[in-house]
Ligand binder design. Structure first.
Ligand code: IMP
Length: 430
């Protein structure tokens, strides 16, 4: 038995979907442990391109069982839509998709509150966060305030109605102050009843399923969403999401003991991106940034927003290696850098206190990145299957990332498709 965690080492969108799909070849169970439909994990198999937002990225492997853990927030309408969309395309979730009875329900008023706040620029923290407006923050707020509705509650809609009335009595002044209209709870309950009927057979104590899988010696893949720098505790607060995105969240959000986790793989792009507001010191506002955005199709898979692009930030990657305990790196989108005359990496920061190799996470606004430049490469990388297929310059770049973080490179992705990958180590191997 092996349980491994796949975690985003940057600001999300690192290409976790592809890597999880790939590793699921040797996994029996795939578990999403945090976040909700703010994620958009893109899977490309053959000519087919599928984006999953709630369902774990292992779903395209027919033998894999997929679990949505208790650390998640679930929008029932989105989940039903996703199940149906997969089914139409011939990917059945029947009998192999399970949802934790303790995952929290995103109610229709949660996205509304999220959007009203964003519009008013009055998200908690007193500013615009640039959220995905999927109701993630308000839903986790209800959870922490102990007035949330859990997926298991859908078994008793009378109870859900009472819980919703209670939550709404707390939210009503907020909604009104932001110029919104109070939601029609009867309408909400009518719609929820339809979704509940569809979802009830999937809802169970998923931590028990995981324990059974461990007893049977199965391989478990714990799939992170968002990324380290968006983590509620470890990210660029308050410009973060509302869940525990780091590897430690896998134990909590899946209901598996930390001693059962054997390896943590961090996913990073060969450059950096960020969606939404918040500090991003290595951001490029020039033609190179625009080129990376176009070549890398850096537009949000959930919101369609153009992603901010920039150079890779090594202090940030070292930070991610530390807070996640990374054992391996998967470096994605190396093909996007093809054609750049030089590739830069931030290796340190100049701060009022002097130069540092650490990430000055709470002072990123005033810290100045210090760059090291590497010669670029012009070769198309998509057909590379072993390291030796890569140009020397790309190999030098990868070795530098590994040497500077102290984390070996397990995998290099050179294209969106499953086969456009160089696998150096399978994390499930002993
Ligand atoms: P929320 O998670 O919708 O509350 O958004 C909070 C912040 O996290 C915003 O900056 C979002 O753009 C960002 N965010 C949330 N989910 C993702 C993701 O899956 N990829 C990248 N950024 C995300």
């Amino acid at each position: 038995m092996s349980a491994i965690v796949i975690v985003g080492a940057q600001w999300g969108d690192e290409g976790k979907g592809k890597i999880v799909d790939l590793y699921t070849e040797t996994a029996d169970v795939v578990v999403r442990y945090a976040g909700g439909p703010n994620a958009g994990h893109t899977l490309v198999v053959g000519e087919e391109r599928i984006v999953v937002r709630l369902i774990p990225s292992g779903i395209l492997r027919p033998k894999a069982r997929c679990i949505m853990g208790q650390g998640m927030v679930v929008d029932p309408a989105v989940l039903v839509g996703e199940i149906d969309a997969l089914s139409v395309r011939g990917h059945s979730t029947e009998g192999r998709l399970f949802v934790s009875d303790r995952a929290h329900v995103i109610m229709p008023y949660h996205p509304e509150i999220d959007a009203l706040r964003e519009h008013a620029g009055s998200a908690p923290g007193g500013t615009k966060i640039g959220t995905t407006k999927r109701g993630i923050g308000p839903c986790y707020e209800d959870k922490a305030a102990r007035r949330g509705i859990r997926m298991g509650d859908l078994r008793d809609l009378g109870r859900v109605q009472k819980l919703a009335e209670r939550a709404l009595s707390e939210w009503a002044p907020v909604i009104l102050a932001l110029g919104g209209a109070l939601p029609d709870l009867n309408k909400i309950m009518g719609e929820l009843a339809v979704f509940a009927k569809r979802l009830l057979p999937l809802i169970t104590d998923t931590a028990l399923l995981l324990e059974d899988a461990q007893k049977r010696g199965e391989n478990i893949l714990l799939e992170g969403a968002q990324g380290t720098l968006l983590d509620l505790d470890h990210g660029t607060y308050p410009f973060v999401t509302s869940s525990t995105a780091v590897a430690g969240g896998a134990a909590v959000g899946a209901g598996i003991g930390p001693t059962r986790i054997r390896r943590v793989v961090g996913i990073t792009k060969g450059y950096a991106t960020r969606v939404g507001e918040g500090p991003f010191p290595t951001e490029l506002h020039d033609a190179t940034g625009a080129r990376i955005r176009e070549a890398g199709s850096e537009f949000g898979s959930v919101t369609g927003r153009p992603r901010r692009t920039g150079w890779l930030d090594l202090p940030a990657l070292r930070y991610a290696a530390r807070v996640n305990g990374l054992d391996g790196l998967a470096v994605t989108k190396m093909d996007v850098l093809t054609g750049l005359p030089e590739v830069k990496v931030c290796v340190a920061y100049d701060t009022p206190e002097g130069r540092t190799r650490e990430l000055p996470i709470d002072h990123l606004g005033t810290a100045q990145p210090v760059y090291q430049a590497f010669p670029g490469w012009s070769e198309v990388l998509a057909s590379a299957r072993v390291l030796a297929d890569l140009p020397d310059t790309a190999r030098t770049y990868l070795k530098f990332l590994s040497d500077e973080t102290g984390v070996p490179v397990d995998l290099v992705s050179v294209g969106a498709r499953r086969d456009e990958t160089i696998v150096l180590r399978n994390p499930f191997a002993e």
